[in-house]
Design a protein around this ligand. Structure first.
Ligand code: ATP
Ligand code: MG
Length: 573
């Protein structure tokens, strides 16, 4: 696991908020946050942002961040998703900590709190703070009304607690069908905040839960469950995205009721009242991030899986070769704000390049090979090149060199354009780290494509410089044909052809799928790459950053994914 470093650009409003509470002793000495994903899909770059905020703030204040699976909505949840969420968070460089509720430190399942939630609901009923209601969905909406005008009370609003308790138990015992009854908090039907107008807190759902099976056929609503989970875990600061801002009064209402029921955690003599604050979601252009749409891409096989390198998922970015430090840096640079905005994936790619420039080993690979024969060269020699010119500790490697080589087709022009300083008839070029060669002729195949380039070498130029001091401007990469290793290389492009694939609504986003987003080719790579371990990241000199594919790459038969090209015009503001 790579260590997440403390961010210095994170002096945002959430940090100030926590800082103040902590200083005033409201945390009982420990800042506790939580990351609460629903195990109904893989986490994506947007979740990574929340991970960086939730875990990052806890780390900054020396506190704890819980990982809580918010498994209160049983239909689409699974252990596969749960396991991958854990794996992805660890890979991003974070570790949950705290007591935990199932034998694993810092790890919680919302479903383990169902018993307590049910008891809290019973107590609300006893205290006349909740009632069972059998309005239909349409009636319920109609009674609730519009923000400008007070709503109307449900005919069940002022019924007897004993009767409500009986119905609530019958709901739990499976006597009713989905939607026949629900439990509502009795708050304020005239509130301008529609979420305050006697919200539903429990509903009937006859579905199996992925852990609890058929134990329950009533499930708590998010607005009821979330504050209870936070409070029971002793969370001090509960951060979420802006759409929950209007739900905050309800969050506080539930916490107040728990306080009345004596259920708040006391830490070092301080009663812990969890508080919610909201920040803007991370949105990125040229992709989609809703789990539903990502699932559709996978299910309909538009991509090879959740971890397809074109996906904005954390596992997709990992397979693409993005280092976790670059993803954290990106989340940091985007910052924490209260204003929705869209980020350019070019910023993320820029962060990836910055990181890989420092850390990736350099190698030579020829993606579109054409053969060069050096007619006056005999035997074999060895070129020694640094693994990373920016990092002396990275060492060096030896690369074989002999009379037949592969170079990239783009490095030869039969009729060189102006400003083309590479190889062409009667021209000289430097073979990186080796020597200077001059083109003496070439052959074409039946289609008119260059098939072979003939050269001679300047025997005094071993090491790269001309003995007479003449300037040779161009330097190209190469691979020795006798020892080269053939490798599958996958070039990825954006998955969509427009920055806003949802411009015509989610039903039509597939219209903008980029059908050319994957190109596969066979490259020749230097021998050192044959044994690349899955997940190893490299800079292919002059070409781009690549990673050995985590699934398909085998020792001796490597497969490389292009992570990013070497450069683009992007500069962060
Ligand atoms: P989606 O809408 O993509 O299906 P979700 O919000 O339903 O995602 P959850 O599993 O409920 O997914 O999210 C877990 C946490 O991650 C929540 O606190 C949520 O606010 C946060 N989160 C999800 N998407 C983003 C995003 N784009 N930017 C920042 N935080 C996000
Ligand atoms: Mg959600």
């Amino acid at each position: 696991m790579e260590e997440a470093r403390e961010s210095d650009t994170s002096r945002h409003f959430l940090r100030q908020w926590i800082d103040e509470d902590h200083a005033r002793g409201r945390t009982g000495g420990t800042v506790v946050t939580r990351f609460p994903p629903e195990p109904n899909g893989y986490i994506h770059i947007g979740h990574a942002k929340a991970v960086c905020v939730d875990f990052g703030m806890a780390k900054l204040f020396g506190g704890e961040c819980h990982l809580r699976l918010d498994d209160t909505n049983p239909t689409k949840e699974s252990d596969e998703y749960a396991e991958n969420i854990k794996n992805d968070i660890r890979w991003l460089g974070f570790q949950w900590s705290g007591p935990g509720d199932a034998g694993e430190a810092g790890f919680y399942n919302a479903s383990n709190m169902f018993d307590t939630m049910f008891q809290i609901a019973e107590e609300l009923i006893r205290r006349g703070q909740a009632y069972c209601c059998n309005l239909t969905q349409d009636e319920w909406r109609d009674y609730r009304g519009v923000p400008e005008k007070p709503g109307r009370p449900s005919p069940s609003r002022d019924t007897d607690p004993a009767r409500n308790l009986r119905i609530f138990h019958e709901m739990r015992d499976g006597k009713y069908a989905d939607g026949e009854w629900c439990l509502r908090a009795k708050i304020d039907m005239a509130s301008p905040n529609i979420h305050f107008r006697d919200p539903v807190i429990y509903r009937i759902r006859h579905v199996s839960h992925y852990h609890l099976g058929d134990k329950w056929c009533v499930y708590p609503m998010y607005d009821f469950a979330h504050p209870i989970e936070d409070a029971l875990e002793g969370v001090t600061h509960s951060m979420c995205t802006l759409e929950f801002e209007v739900h905050r009064p309800l969050y506080d209402w539930v916490v107040d009721r728990m306080d009345e029921q004596g259920l708040l955690v006391v830490r070092n003599g301080v009663k812990i009242r969890p508080q919610q604050r909201e920040f803007a979601r991370l949105n990125i252009t040229w992709t989609v991030m809703s789990k539903r749409l990502l699932l559709q891409l996978v299910a309909e096989k538009h991509v090879a899986g959740w971890d397809d390198p074109r996906m904005p998922t954390v596992c997709g970015m990992r397979r693409r070769g993005f280092p976790p430090a670059a993803i954290r840096e990106f989340c940091d640079r985007v910052g924490v704000t209260k204003v929705e905005s869209e980020s350019d994936p070019a910023l993320l790619e820029w962060c990836v390049r910055e990181e890989l420039n420092k850390t990736a080993a350099r190698r030579m690979a020829v993606l579109d090979p054409v053969k060069v024969v050096i007619e006056n060269f005999d035997g074999t020699r060895t070129v020694t090149k640094p693994n990373n010119p920016l990092d002396e500790t990275a060492g060096s490697r030896e690369i074989p060199f002999s009379r037949e080589l592969w170079i990239d087709r783009a490095d030869f022009q039969e009729n060189p354009e102006k400003k083309f300083f590479r190889l062409g008839p009667d021209r000289e070029v430097r073979l990186a780290g080796a020597c200077i060669v001059k083109c003496t002729g070439f052959e074409k195949d039946a289609d008119g494509k260059i098939a072979l380039i003939r050269c001679t070498w300047d025997e005094g130029s071993w090491g790269g410089n001309a003995p007479d001091g003449r300037k040779v401007k161009g330097t190209i990469h190469w691979v020795d044909a006798a020892t080269a290793v053939a490798a599958e290389v996958r070039l990825y492009d954006r998955l969509f052809t427009v920055p806003d694939p949802l411009r015509d609504g989610p039903e039509r986003f597939l219209t903008y799928l980029n059908r050319d987003s994957l190109k596969t080719l066979t490259a020749y790579v230097e021998p050192a790459l044959a044994q690349a371990a899955p997940g190893d990241r490299f800079q292919f000199e002059r070409t781009g950053y690549f990673v050995a594919d985590a699934k398909d790459s085998k020792p001796g038969a490597p497969v490389f994914n292009r992570t990013v090209t070497l450069k683009d015009g992007y500069k962060p503001a």
